[in-house]
Design a binder for this molecule. Sequence first.
Ligand SMILES: [Zn+2]
Length: 476
Amino acid sequence: MQYETVIGLEVHTELATQSKIFCACTTKFGGAANTHVCPVCSGMPGSLPVLNRAVVEYAIRTGLATHCAITRSTKFDRKNYFYPDLPKAYQISQLYQPICTDGWISITGAEGEAKRINIREIHMEEDAGKLVHDPWEDASLADFNRCGVPLLEIVSQPELRSASEAIDYIERLKAILEYTGVSDCKMQEGSLRADVNLSVRPVGSPVLGTRTEMKNINSLRAIARAIAAETARQIELIEDGGRVVQETRRWDDDAGESHAMRSKEDAQDYKYFPEPDLPPIEISEAQIEKIRAALPELPDDKKRRYIEAFGLPEYDTGILTGSIHLVRLFERTAQFCGDPKEAANWILGEVLRLLQQTQTLPEDMQFDPDALGKLILLVKQNTINRGTAKKVFAEVFQHNVEPESYVKANNLALVTDDGAIRETLRQMLAANEKSAAEYRAGKEQALQYLIGQGMRALRGQAPAQEVTRILKEMLA
Ligand SMILES: [Zn+2]
């Protein structure tokens, strides 16, 4: 039988606000354990939460950028459960009136077509702390620094059909969150992580199969692997006459397999009720319009504009606009050198190659953003050739050298002085009298040899056309 995979994603993103959602503690990543805490976020009795308004604004921004409706009258709910990294034994979240509903993101489907993935809702909530397992002491320690860091949970409809669609969805969502400044989306720091809801069903069946949920996966590679493994596990189970049990599973990326954690609980198990310590939030039309007016150009619009304005191919443009960091570099470089097409070629070529080769993320690029533009100008002005420019750029990329002074200090500029080229060629010809004589006697190949020798004598630093022209003149 042929099966199809049905995937829904719950993406959690930590917001880039300065302070936490219900207190003034910093949201900074890391820090010595339990130094970013206060009575509110460490759940001391008698402390009361005060909502950080920036969180509401960031949520609205995200909702508008993903075509959601904004709930004008929204509120928080209390989700009760005990976990050692949750000192209050409840999480303040939203169940009944999430701040955003019914949006969508466009992804690329299996046939290369544009496919809309609907977003059921986006809600605001607080993050929990972190347990640090210490194998030497045989103990687990609780670090509450992350408690109360604001989160958005973005819940898709189960409309994704493969790992590649799921990855595309997350990448598009990540770009939107980065463009709008809502989150830094650093997956390696847990700023963006996904719960994967997955079921399988016979192709063509209108009925959804029983789903499992894999929690908190924080790399794209792990998400893709988890989807492939869970799909195979469920199909095998069904083919063997068994049935899938609704449960939460933990994905172990090192082992490449998942393990049952607990049977899946329903909302009623958490005994949600309206959060009594926080008043409801009323959002005015004017507030929404103000935020809408301040939205930046979004990835899809930017992509369309780049394709039209610069004649860039669609696939490449998608890569470029998929990262705000590449976009920033591109726009700065294009402006500096006045040649957007050339700027794009460099970024899609050398920049991506070096990022890949050095395993660097676009957000970690360290060089002066004007350096690439300067380098492109040096090529255009015939100061250096393309091959040299690539070598210089590798130095710019890794050591942030200044292109012009690096070219000067390393004597990499092209020899464009006619007299200097002639002098070098004269010496070269003196050492290659035989070939020169052969060429003069009509042997054409001898010229190629002499050009090669000439370029070598000039260390490749003269324009080849110039060398050919002068050499022919000298041999005439
Ligand atoms: Zn605090």
